[in-house]
Design a protein around this ligand. Structure first.
Ligand code: ADP
Ligand code: MG
Length: 416
């Protein structure tokens, strides 16, 4: 790879380069450097690179360049981008808006629920035509079923966050959508991870694909990771304790796997005088967007979120991520932690490990191939659990860990 590759090297249209300039993109990231030429050549591609490495622009830029240079004044759908969540649909749509500021290429986000565009507005836009559709599967299929969407000119299909879509059970929907598309088309599959199911999907959909794999299941190098050993009942106090000294941190993101915890954390933080907002599936789409916007623009310092936010959604420069619990999926840990230190800045990620989560955290360490520094609960907050993830007979070997609830037990006197 050349050291100083620039966007000019891809011979993009000048007007597109102006858009990039305006967005402050100076140099392609590694995934962009590798993927863009392949996509420009018209090949199918399966590309895997970790969260925050710039995959969106890797597929949008060459597609925008192609659509723009065809220069037909047609407004029939040319590219279909399928994504797992409405947040991501909006985010990609907004990225198109940015890159395409000086070129005449339009995009349309299609997703259900909440009050984005209404069904009728979506229908109207789809019928009138648009260059790029960015859609979640369910809502798009509902429109397709009605037979008014002309997909005959679709030359590019992009599956973004393919791993996430499979996790969410969208495989059948994806196949359904594909059945509506012309057989001759370019297929691009982007994913943060490459589980075997993705390869199966790729075999089904892609034709002689090029493969780019820059993924390592590890958080970006700039992230400083640490963990606290803590009992569940002390976690709220520990969060407040950690955040107290952090008034200079512009953005803090706290993840919890339950909505209930999100609400209690927000309440506790507010009681302690912090500006915090919560975001979970409890909120209407519109409220979610407002909260995200406030957080992105730094009017709100602390955002408490369930996992809907851990993948894909791009929020820049989060200085501190706190995992209020250990994510059940080891890959999710990487995604959560990936919220900090995006595109080569630095950040801190702290995980709370309760006794029942010790095993799980241990398997995360296996995945990321490193041991995360563990600290006891500060004494002023409470007693600290001991770290012992494999506590089970046989000389402490971690095999045969049959008793699922074993790590759940608290020492006598600690139980409520
Ligand atoms: P991914 O989809 O791989 O998780 P994104 O496409 O969301 O990553 O990009 C992560 C962040 O990096 C975004 O804020 C994006 O604007 C920024 N970014 C991407 N490519 C570049 C680049 N070449 N120069 C500067 N910033 C970039
Ligand atoms: Mg992405």
């Amino acid at each position: 790879m050349e050291e100083n590759k620039t966007f000019e090297d891809f011979s993009f249209n000048e007007d597109l380069l102006d858009g990039l300039d305006a967005m402050g993109f100076q140099k392609p990231t590694p995934i962009q450097e590798e993927a863009i030429p392949v996509i420009l050549e018209g090949k199918d591609l399966i590309a895997c690179a970790q969260t925050g490495t710039g995959k969106t622009a890797a597929f949008l830029l060459p597609i925008l360049d192609k659509i723009y240079s065809q220069n037909d004044n047609e407004s029939t759908i040319n590219a279909v981008i399928i994504v797992p969540t409405r947040e991501l649909a909006l985010q990609i749509d907004q990225a198109v808006e940015g890159f395409a500021y000086f070129i005449n290429v339009s995009s349309l986000p299609i997703y259900g629920g909440g009050d984005g565009m209404s069904w009728e507005q979506q229908k109207k836009a789809l019928v009138e035509g648009v260059d790029i559709v960015v859609a979640t599967p369910g809502r798009f299929i509902s429109h397709l079923n009605m037979d008014y969407v002309d997909l005959s000119k679709v030359s590019h299909l992009i599956l973004d966050e393919a791993d996430r879509m499979l996790d969410m059970g969208f495989l059948d929907d994806i196949v359904k959508i594909i059945n509506y598309l012309p057989k001759e088309r370019q297929n691009l599959l982007f994913s943060a991870t490459m589980p075997p199911t993705i390869r199966t999907l790729a075999k089904k959909i892609l034709v002689n694909p090029e493969q780019i794999n820059l993924a390592i299941s590890k958080p970006a190098a700039g992230v400083l990771q640490a963990a606290y050993m803590v009992y569940d009942e002390n976690k709220i106090d520990l969060v407040c304790h950690l955040i107290k000294g952090k008034s200079s941190y512009p953005s803090i993101l706290i993840f919890s796997s339950t909505r209930k915890a999100v609400n209690s954390i927000v309440r506790a933080l507010r009681k302690n005088g912090f500006q915090a907002e919560g975001i979970s599936s409890d909120l209407e789409q519109k409220q979610r967007e407002t909260v995200l916007r406030e957080f992105k623009s730094r009017r709100v310092q602390i955002l408490v979120a369930t996992d809907i936010l851990s993948r894909g959604i791009d929020i820049k420069d989060i200085s501190l991520v706190i995992n209020f619990d250990v994510p059940s999926d080891a890959e999710d840990y990487v995604h959560r932690v990936g919220r900090t230190a995006r595109a080569a800045s630095t950040g801190v990620a702290v995980t709370f490990i309760s006794p029942k989560d010790q095993r799980r955290f241990y398997s995360i360490e296996q995945l990321i191939e490193m041991e995360v520094r563990k600290m006891p609960t500060p004494p002023e907050i409470g007693e600290s659990p001991k770290y012992n993830p494999g506590k089970k007979g046989k000389g402490g070997k971690r095999r045969n860990f049959r008793h699922k609830n074993r790590g759940n037990r608290k020492p006598r006197g600690k139980r409520k």
